[in-house]
Design a protein around this ligand. Sequence first.
Ligand SMILES: Cc1ncc(COP(=O)(O)O)c(C=O)c1O
Length: 347
Amino acid sequence: MYTIDLRSDTVTLPTPAMLAAMATAELGDDVYGDDHTVNRLEALAAQRTGKEAAVLVASGTMGNLCSVLAHCGRGDEAIVGDRCHIYNYEAGGASALGGVIYRSVPTTADGELPLAALAAAFSPGYDAHTAATRLICLENTHNTCGGVVVGLDYMAAVRALADERGVRVHLDGARVFNAAVALGVPVDAITQYADSVTFCLSKGLSAPIGSLVCGPAEFIARVRRARKMVGGGMRQAGIIAAAGIVALEQTVERLAEDHANARTLAEGLASFPQLEVDLARVQTDIVYFGLREGAPDARAFIAALRQHGVLLGGAGRRVRMVTHRGIEARDIEDALEAVAAVLRDAA
Ligand SMILES: Cc1ncc(COP(=O)(O)O)c(C=O)c1O
């Protein structure tokens, strides 16, 4: 059966140009710094994000982990939002492996950590009782808040607070290019407010594998050490870097199509009284929505849509659909028809 896979933008397959670049990539041993394709990708990523240096890692999770390990020592504190990916979905890596304490603060529906809550969460570290705060982690776009774009004014305010308190800012920018396209700005207009950023090649940008950590050169040297420690030193990694270069050069602008498809999808979903969609929060490629009374719960809804060839994710009474390369306007129409049929059957 023809499948419309809306589970995640991570299901994208490489473009023909990526496959061609992978087949002919100039390779070397990247742990020796000899893979010129990796070196080219890292230079490109650093340049795009306005940072001194960059390093290729296997995944967004590895990028965030190595970044937090490079910013914080054992017993140091990192402030995170209570709904962020680092805190909820990365197996507590920096705590488990690096003895870093996550201090969580509430997240607003716009993906922000209120400045007052941030300020109150700092512990100075000069008191023998407290761990020292070293880092604030932000996420843009914010996944569980619905792919919302965290605004530049807010990011600037966090930067100012961090400078005042002498701590660093790490941006989980797994989808920071979606934020840049939605705002209509180059990505460094966002990343300028963070000391370091992780972004993913393997989500909307369609590459098969890989994320980049970008930041100051001395920080990136520490990230490289952390990457080695967690087994992430890859050898002929130019195979994947080649696809990453194509991703950065050819697939960024087209994210706008995913955003337009997500909007059409969200507007269609909002027309069903059994579904609860906050259209103001559909800003990029992610559409979260609630299943009201009269609709099946997430498990049943997901199972029923699978019968119609539509895949999505979720739990409880909240589900998620994500648009990406390979999902066309026609697929959105078909998915909405399938939703209508499932809701009709459930009535
Ligand atoms: C906001 C955010 N950060 C980090 C990650 C982790 O990326 P990866 O799956 O490559 O480890 C994800 C994955 O979905 C994400 O949504």
